[in-house]
Design a protein around this ligand. Sequence first.
Ligand code: C2E
Ligand code: MG
Ligand code: MG
Ligand code: MG
Length: 278
Amino acid sequence: HAKETNRGGSEYYNEAMNYSARNRIEMIHELNQAIENNELSLNFQPIVEIETNKIAGVEVLLRWRSKKFGHVSPTVFIKLAEQSKLIVKIGSWVLEEALKALGRFEAAGFGHIEMAINISVIQLMQHDLVEETRILFDKYPVKDKQITFEVTEGLFINDFEKVRTTFDALEALGVQISIDDFGTGYSSLSYLKNLAINRLKIDRSFISELHDKAGGEITNAVIALANNLNLRVIAEGVENVEQLEHLRERGCDEAQGFLFSKPLDFEHCIEFLKQDRL
Ligand code: C2E
Ligand code: MG
Ligand code: MG
Ligand code: MG
């Protein structure tokens, strides 16, 4: 059960171990050309508001179909992209493509859909993400609070002041901040009071353990914490109705997972959204 209980680290470790060191170097080389070679695409996974059972938004999830390696899991290639710093270029591509997709959502009648975009710690700390966001927001029809950046909490130990000023600047641009994989990092919780954060996203590993005493208690505690701090709270990896009912009873705001939908390409996502509107 190590894979499920120690999700973040060991899952990547196991999957990455399927590739030799040489393969990984070659993979970075391929990844460097993936944009030019049209190998990257975006998927969208619906996020549901639990109270109304309506779709509140989508999370953007990057996909890489490599000519050489086939379909590579993001848990593998995102780590490689971070190690090689390619994530700055790839992250910029994701951000612009995602904002472009807003226009397509609008044309299909879903102009108000909220969109969550994963942002790597490297993009946040080693790149002028605020300036980039400002420029792209001028270029595309982005509405106030329509975009959420999902960041993992591990980064906060590094340079708290930089994180604080970056989050403040993003907030001023109308970006919401969500802490992804909440509960798996090593940060002190005090940052929740001192940073412009809007949402906590409970990691899938806790949701998959909801039937356990310990898993349930952690999820319950995170929901209570979020409610007390006036943060919205979302559960990821919701796969069955029992988990959803547990979350509903405890006052969790939003849920995302295979129970509702897998990540979908744009066309299938629009179909899904249209059904929701009926
Ligand atoms: P994440 O941000 O925590 O995204 C959620 C992951 O859980 C996604 O995996 C999604 O497909 C998967 N998932 C959603 N619902 C369920 C469910 O009910 N059951 C199970 N078993 N899995 C579910 P995916 O797409 O493989 O992405 C993995 C991670 O890669 C993401 O975790 C995120 O950290 C990273 N990632 C993906 N796209 C991007 C990106 O554009 N930029 C950055 N920096 N990271 C990305
Ligand atoms: Mg995420
Ligand atoms: Mg997540
Ligand atoms: Mg996760």
